[in-house]
Design a binder for this molecule. Sequence first.
Ligand code: ATP
Length: 356
Amino acid sequence: MTTILTLDKVEKRFGDTVALEPTSLGLEKGEFLALMGPSGCGKSTTLRMIAGLEAASGGTIRHWDRDITDLPPWERDMPMVWQSYALFPFLTVRENVEFGLKQKRRATAVDRRKKSGEWLERLGISDLADRKTDQLSGGQRQRVALARALVLEPEILLLDEPLSALDAHLRLRMQSELKRLHGDLGITFLYVTHSQSEAFAMADRVAILNAGRLQQLGPAREVHAAPANRFVAEFVGGSTILTGTARGEGRIETPMGLLTALAGYPAAPGETVSFLVPSNRVGLSEAATGAPNEVAARLLTEEFTGSFVTVYLELADGTEMKVQLQQSDLDALSLAPGTPLYASWPAEAGYVLKEV
Ligand code: ATP
């Protein structure tokens, strides 16, 4: 892999507010990187600095070897697709798509027409070419915004929550379209979102920010399976976090007894640790089986979500545990709120976090 965009100790302050602490990261050519985190963590500010819409307070941004830190947006060749589409309502769909080409004087009128036609076709909006953009649905507008950016044939496309304004059904469809488009084009995508499901569905790698600080950057599966800290584990979800005192060889003393978590941080005896129990690794039974890592629980609720069932339990120490099961796993159990149950999981599934 080759690094196409480098952030070297890039930071941003607005008066006393630190939007981004000095942050270094590299974007690999052709990858789909999702930058995610909760509201106000600095995602959009980071993207805006890369686009040239916000000046960095410190550090360097390089596109290949070229220092672009102080260049205006139009000299960066990194178009942005916005949540709000930012189309020109007084222009037609085709004129919107041709706008950037015209401004950059990159093509003759004939070429512009040809290129815009190709992108309208590719994004399935050719029949809308002569409409004004205020006569379009949200999904259609987002396709126009994508066509307008992609017609410029950028090496890097910046996307700031582009699907947030769409309804759930359309959002899922656009997710798979975007992923396919990325695969077909080989362009590098930098995609800002607060939604972990959106990021995990599309991205090769994810970068997680919290309060202006980069928490973890890695392949989506790795971040999910091995979160760097408690914040990442909670943000990513999918596990129950338990706390106890390490007793050596992966054993952890908890209010529910001695449990074993073999993956992750090798805690020294006496250390207070948190560990994750992935919701898809837990099994349930009505009677104690004597299995290792077996804890008594009480059913709170169950939710049928189509392909699987999510069960919420309350453990003896009051912790809420989330368990994901196939319907067939539940057939043998008679469940009602309050039913006493036993939950157990394999010792190698327990993942110890470095910090509490
Ligand atoms: P969201 O998901 O809500 O859009 P975000 O992660 O994109 O959030 P940013 O918009 O980057 O967050 O904002 C990061 C921090 O910088 C926030 O505390 C925000 O209030 C602050 N901030 C952003 N822009 C400005 C500005 N122009 N002036 C002052 N503070 C700002």
